[in-house]
Design a protein around this ligand. Structure first.
Ligand SMILES: Cc1ncc(COP(=O)(O)O)c(C=O)c1O
Length: 374
């Protein structure tokens, strides 16, 4: 590399560190039973209909997939037919991160182009903007972890190209309501694209949820990000999508690689969209188990924030990194949130009842030790 001229934006960018994997901990501690509640995966597993469809796709895996993703985009358009958006409005990707990368590349084009980000939030926005040579303008969440939209507006400059809003927000589970988003979008200049990352929207209270698709239908510079990784239980498959008005979606789709969605993922996603039962079961499970976890955290006197998603942020009053490491030793993986700019918090994903019981038991043990100065 010595004589190569490197792109400093790439060589100095922070690396994404994913939640610790089960295999890693099995190897490190020689433990049999590991519980992973670190990456906001679906506690109930994948959609059974998706699994069946993917099995069927395996026999033809020697063939390239269709170069276009028309079938999936048509299925998405029919799934959201109430919104009146055509298949031209959808951008598919190898996970929604892939779509986020396309958007950033499409709009952060010159050094100093700005993107507004509201931490603590999903760390990929910051990483992608840095890689593209942009400038991250941070507008911190308020003390109650809600988004400070008036400060976001106050930080818009002539160089602002993108605003990233995560709704519900990972890792806090807090949400921008429909009225708040409507009011905000009416004030954002038309030169700025607002990316609303709705990776967890299915878990949120539908009464509070903004109607981003209505804004897109009206031709606003709004782009919604969604994924098959969360409520559909297909995180390992890598498939997600974005929604925008036609012209904008077509512009971003130019950045797709040939065969960017693999053939198995395409079949799995299409089948998952038909599996409403799995989605409903997953959402109901999440509501019940989130309440169970709230009650457990209250018993342990651990401050947390009520969540509109399938995870809960906890502010333990002790070093979250120490808590994380002690829990790892006992086979429970949680996620400390320093990388997401919440160094005094950790995040837990809602699991099955057995997993949640085990998590609370181990957390009780670890907190007991810390409170007694051990
Ligand atoms: C807010 C948010 N957006 C996007 C993603 C990326 O999801 P994927 O690339 O698996 O679709 C995640 C993953 O955790 C997330 O939390």
């Amino acid at each position: 590399m010595r004589d190569l001229k490197l792109n400093l934006c790439i060589s100095s960018a922070q690396l994404y560190v994913a939640g610790t994997s089960i295999e890693e901990i099995q190897r490190k501690y020689g433990l049999e039973e590991i519980i992973k509640l670190a990456s906001n995966e679906n506690a109930l597993g994948p959609s059974p209909r998706a699994v069946e469809a993917m099995r069927g796709a395996l026999a033809s895996i020697h063939r390239y997939p269709p170069v276009a993703d028309d079938e999936l985009r048509a299925k998405l358009a029919s799934t959201f037919s109430d919104s009146g958006l055509s298949e031209e409005c959808f951008i598919t990707g190898n996970g929604s991160c892939d779509v986020l990368a396309m958007i950033t590349r499409a709009f952060i084009c010159e050094e100093g182009d700005e993107a507004i980000i509201c931490p603590p939030t999903f760390v990929m926005y910051e990483i992608l903007v840095n890689i593209c040579g942009g400038k991250c303008v941070f507008v911190n969440l308020k003390d109650d972890f809600t988004c400070d939209l008036s400060q976001v507006l106050a930080n818009i400059t002539e160089r602002t190209r993108l605003i990233f809003l995560c709704n519900p927000n990972n890792p806090t589970g807090t949400m921008i309501s429909r009225d708040e988003l409507d009011d905000f979008l009416a004030k954002v200049p038309s030169s700025v694209l607002v990316v609303v990352d709705e990776a967890y929207w299915e878990y949120a209270d539908p009464g509070l949820l903004p109607d981003t698709l209505a804004h897109i239908r009206e031709g606003r510079n709004v782009l919604s990000i969604r994924t098959f990784s969360k409520v559909y239980g297909l995180a390992g498959l890598r498939i997600g999508y974005g929604i925008a008005y036609e012209e904008l979606a077509q512009y971003i789709r130019r950045l797709r690689m040939p065969f960017h969605i693999n053939a198995v993922a395409m079949r799995g996603a299409i089948a998952a969209l038909d599996d409403r039962e799995h989605v409903e079961k997953s959402v109901q499970h999440n509501e019940v188990e989130r309440e169970f976890l709230y009650a457990g955290l209250e018993d342990l006197e651990l401050p947390y924030v009520r969540s509109q998603s399938n995870f809960i942020i906890v502010k333990p009053g002790y070093d979250p990194q120490v808590i994380y490491e002690r829990m790892l030793e006992k086979g429970v993986i949680i996620r400390p949130m320093a990388a997401f700019r919440a160094p005094d918090c950790f995040r837990i994903t809602v699991g099955t009842r057995a997993e949640n019981e085990r998590l609370l038991q181990v957390l009780d043990d670890v907190m007991d030790g810390l409170r007694q100065g051990r």
